[in-house]
Design a protein around this ligand. Structure first.
Ligand code: ARG
Length: 277
């Protein structure tokens, strides 16, 4: 009974390819499941499986993080959305998008719910234990944004309320600042922005390019960008150990970086080349 339950759980975590291969070899499902379980791996579809299944990769993002992934009406767009289209076409694949809450994106990889996530995830040690990161597709960093001209640097935040999106490197780095009165968590980065605009928080920690975009869009709001708090290297992610997929993505990304298409897209969104130097 216990072995059966364990087998089922392992099957749920194992890749479709392992299950398919087991079926092909007539290996009993339980044995295949036990193998997957012992190896400790869990991954979404490999490149071969995606090709075998018709060549459409399932990409996931948030869609609420301008200018990287954002809905304009019903249309999902943004730097990362357009970049993913460039990269995937160079991989010889078609794509479909899923847009879900930021917090569930990496977990969904472990549950085989999509093949690849691209949503401005900074490469961190903790995340890298759970997923496999691709090469970074841009470099940026967390900045302090405030309306009060007295708030510029981290030490100006003593006794202040700071707004950040839950589950982000902004939260992680806000926790390192000493003397804050409170950190307010918001499900979306745009909620943290609204909280600043309506005076519910004194400062917002977000991406530098997100802040620049907001200032461009709402020049009268009086938002000011303060200190650059930390460097973020932003990368797509696949399920842990899905090496064929991540290698193909990296190769196609490198190609887009060489053939001028990445540079053109980066110019369009940022007026500069945002690749990591
Ligand atoms: N770069 C930050 C991080 O790694 C924030 C990413 C937020 N992304 C988003 N789609 N809301 O956590």
């Amino acid at each position: 009974m216990f072995a059966f339950a364990l087998g089922n759980a392992a099957l749920a975590r194992c890749s479709r390819s392992a299950i398919r291969a087991a079926a092909r070899l007539l290996v009993p499902g339980l044995a295949a499941a036990a193998l997957c379980c012992l190896s400790g791996t869990s991954w979404a579809r490999t490149l071969e499986e995606i090709r075998h299944d018709g060549g459409t990769i399932l990409l996931a993002t948030e869609g609420k993080f301008p200018p990287f992934n954002v809905f304009k009406g019903a249309k999902l767009t943004g730097f990362e959305v357009e970049l993913a289209a460039l990269v995937v076409s160079r991989m010889g694949l078609k794509y479909e998008w899923k847009a879900i809450d930021f917090n569930g994106l990496l977990t969904g990889l472990q549950q085989n719910r999509w093949d690849l996530v691209i949503a401005s995830h900074g490469i961190t040690e903790q995340r890298a234990r759970a997923v496999t990161f691709a090469d970074p597709h841009y470099c940026s960093g967390g900045v302090i944004v405030a309306i009060d001209p007295a708030i510029n640097a981290a030490h100006d935040l003593a006794g202040k309320v700071v707004g950040v999106q839950t589950g982000t490197t902004y939260l992680e780095n806000a926790r390192k600042i000493t003397g804050l009165k409170e950190i307010k968590n918001f499900p979306q980065d745009t909620d943290a922005r609204s909280a600043l605009l309506t005076g519910r928080v004194d400062a917002w920690i977000t991406d530098r390019f997100t802040a620049l975009e907001v200032i461009k869009m709402t020049p009268d709001a009086g938002l000011r960008i303060g200190e650059f708090l930390f460097v973020d290297r932003l990368a797509a992610a696949v399920a842990k150990g899905n090496s064929t997929l991540v290698q193909a993505w990296n190769q196609a990304l490198a190609q887009a970086m060489q053939d001028g298409s990445y540079a053109a897209l980066s110019q369009k969104y940022f007026g500069q080349d945002v690749r990591c130097q």
